[in-house]
Design a protein around this ligand. Structure first.
Ligand code: 1YM
Length: 636
């Protein structure tokens, strides 16, 4: 009796710990953390399916903010655990109740290794588990962060098998968050690509929409999806290999674009920061192409080898490795980088052999890709020259020479604090120059529209004056030569009007940074300034509102009749106003641009900025909710 009490106290302490420090278990309590709960439950279904049981997952977003995940696997075991509790009670109330994976099984869940059920329970106000197994339907219910509300009991009979988990996230922990249908769909589609023949359904009850993902050809379908809006140079190449219990599966395809798009997974978990498998893949391709051009005497001259980046221009690739538990090693802060050394050599040799064979068998395609890589090599050399020109021997900038007097530089040369404002138009540029703190703020006015980097090669990009000025001002190179640490600025801030033209310039600049200075975004140095939308005057007192919500709030909190004017453009604010509302570090709002998910961003930039009009129209119609004239919201 005392023993039982003692252990149940420990359990409560365990789940209490999760509620005290949710971040430790799910990363954060924002939208990301909220979705983490779903991934934890879904990962259990995916584990079950990749181990050979079941083929169907269904996710339902309910109107009351709860969510249901169901699968048709074996069902969570319903027997008694040695502790005297039912197995489901143990699984959902004891932290780190792992050990469900027998040897030889691959496990999928990246973070919590299939033990997430209890964490989800701890962070929910209610959880309801229904299990179909051994001819019966069993049910257990929890409340208030993991307390048993109703212990496991049989509620019916059924020949079906499977598990259905519904949980109500504790929205006092996940403040101002809600589930995003788009985010869930995107992740589930990715899982469906990785597990051929599984069916994953997502249903949004509130908005009456639903989708079903089912792919029979796995990674081949993944690449087809990635490249659906691009012109491709050949059919998807899909190959596999196995050595020492490590299985490699890779699908790849060259397109006529200028960017590389490589996504990698280990045991179906995305390795956001790459690792040994990606390194092996890249080395394998470079070697295969360099051997091929050497054998066929295709590039003449002294420097007749390609750099890795040359042979990856326009390449889309998905890498998925299956690695048994005992060989798994992850590195980096977020554990998103594969460390397993064996993964490198096997991926390299499988890639090398298969690409070598492909090139030998497909001469015309091979020559096409080689031609593309050669052009990249030329452009790369031109880019390097441009970069070298941008600095003198000691690595200091000689900005003046290249800037035709447009830049108003900061007086300090401290790259750790300096800010560069890219400002739309000369008149706003003028106000910004007057209003700024010249010590650390530099202003670069941009004239007219920026070139669309999605539709342009490096060589052409370098001919564009506007872009050239930006490259020289930032002074850290471009493309594969770009080194974020060399940036002359700690913050590069895009400052445009809050209207359609302003948004367009913003997107064009972001596309440019995404394509040609991606490390600058990754280093968190790219920002978008947020000028106010409205000026609200009560006689002598005035306010600025940065959103419609804020406008309503200000009006509600003040008495009297306000004069509300919509801010037409940055150019119409005087220098002081611009400083107060948009530039002063103490009062301004900046949005930091980040790359949550490179592959997704890539796809979006491609869809939104690429050649084809239809996919862009579709995406905009599906994803942008127009609320007012020209303020918009993007989901996910
Ligand atoms: C909607 C969530 O959790 N499905 C699920 C979980 C398990 C099993 C099957 C399962 C696993 C095993 C044996 C095994 C889990 N089992 C456990 C534990 N869907 C969902 N489907 N029988 C059934 O791995 O040996 C934890 S999760 F620990 F009991 F084995």
């Amino acid at each position: 009796m005392t023993k039982y009490d003692a252990s149940s106290i420990k359990i409560l302490e365990g789940l209490e710990a999760v509620r005290k420090r949710p971040g430790m278990y799910i990363g954060s309590t924002d939208k990301r953390g909220l979705h983490h709960l779903v991934w934890e439950i879904v990962d259990n279904s995916i584990d079950e399916i990749i181990n050979g049981y079941g083929n169907h997952i269904k996710i339902v977003l309910h109107k009351d903010g709860s969510i249901t995940v169901a699968d048709n696997g074996r069902g969570v075991p319903i027997g008694m655990h040695e502790s005297g509790k039912s197995t489901p009670e143990v699984i959902y109330t004891i932290l780190h109740a792992g050990g469900k994976f027998e040897e030889g099984n691959y496990k999928v869940s990246g973070g919590l290794h299939g033990v997430g059920g209890s964490v989800v329970n701890a962070l929910s106000t209610k959880m309801d588990v229904i299990i179909y197994r051994e001819g019966v339907i069993s049910n257990i219910r929890f409340k208030d962060g993991g307390k048993v509300d109703s212990p496991l009991k049989t509620i019916g009979e059924s020949k079906k098998t499977g598990t259905v988990v519904t949980f109500w996230p504790d929205y006092s922990i996940f403040k101002n968050c809600n589930f995003s249908y788009t985010t869930i769909c995107e992740r589930m589609q990715e899982s469906a690509f990785l597990i051929p023949n599984v069916t994953i359904e997502v249903i949004d009850e509130d908005n009456k929409r639903e989708v079903k993902y089912h792919y029979e050809e796995g990674l081949t379908n993944f690449i087809e999806y990635m490249d659906e809006d691009k012109n491709v140079l050949h059919k998807v190449l899909n190959f596999t290999g196995k050595k020492n219990d490590i299985e490699v599966n890779i699908a790849m395809q060259y397109t006529d674009t200028y960017n590389e798009n490589i996504v990698s997974f280990v045991n179906n978990v995305k390795t956001t920061d790459g690792g040994t498998h990606e390194v092996g893949f890249k080395t394998g391709i470079t070697k295969a192409f360099n051997d091929y051009v050497k054998m066929n005497n295709l590039i003449k001259g002294k420097d007749n080898t390609f750099d890795g980046s040359d042979v990856r221009e326009g390449l889309s690739a998905v890498i998925n490795l299956k690695i048994p538990e005992n060989l798994l090693q992850f590195e980096g802060q977020t554990k998103g980088k594969l460390g397993t050394p064996e993964a490198r050599s096997i991926t390299e040799s499988v890639t090398y052999e298969n690409i070598k064979f492909f090139l030998e068998e497909n001469k015309e395609i091979a020559l096409n890709i080689v031609d593309k890589a050669s052009k990249s090599k030329v452009a790369r050399e031109a880019a390097r020259k441009a970069r070298e020109e941008a600095r003198n021997g000691k690595g200091k900038m000689k900005i003046e020479k290249n800037l035709s007097g447009k830049l108003a530089p900061a007086t300090s040369k401290n790259a750790k604090i300096n800010e560069l404002f890219l400002v739309e138009g000369d008149s706003a540029g003028g106000s910004a120059k007057m209003g700024r703190n010249r010590k650390f703020q530099a202003i670069l006015p941009l004239r007219g529209k920026v070139i669309n980097a999605e539709k342009t090669s490096v060589a052409e990009i370098l001919k564009n004056e506007e872009i050239n000025t930006i490259i020289h001002t930032i002074g850290a190179g471009i493309g594969s030569d770009f080194i974020a640490e060399d940036s002359n600025y700690d913050k590069v801030i895009i400052m445009t009007d809050a209207d359609v033209d302003g948004s367009h310039i913003q997107i064009l600049l972001l596309t440019f940074f995404y394509r040609f200075m991606r490390p600058l975004i990754e280093a968190g140095k790219v920002y978008v300034a947020k000028p106010p939308l409205y000026k609200i005057d009560y006689g002598k007192k005035h306010f600025y509102a940065y959103s419609d919500d804020e406008r309503f709030k200000i009006v509600a909190e003040n008495s009297g009749k306000p004069t509300i004017s919509r801010n037409k453009g940055l150019g119409e604010m005087n220098a002081d106003e611009l400083w107060d509302t948009t530039m002063n570090p103490d009062t301004r709002t900046l949005m930091r641009v980040n790359i949550y998910d490179a592959a997704l961003a890539e796809k979006r930039v491609n869809v939104l900025m690429g050649d084809k009009v239809e996919p862009r129209k579709e995406w905009i119609e599906e994803n942008i909710v127009f609320t007012m004239e020209d303020s918009y919201r993007v989901e996910g």
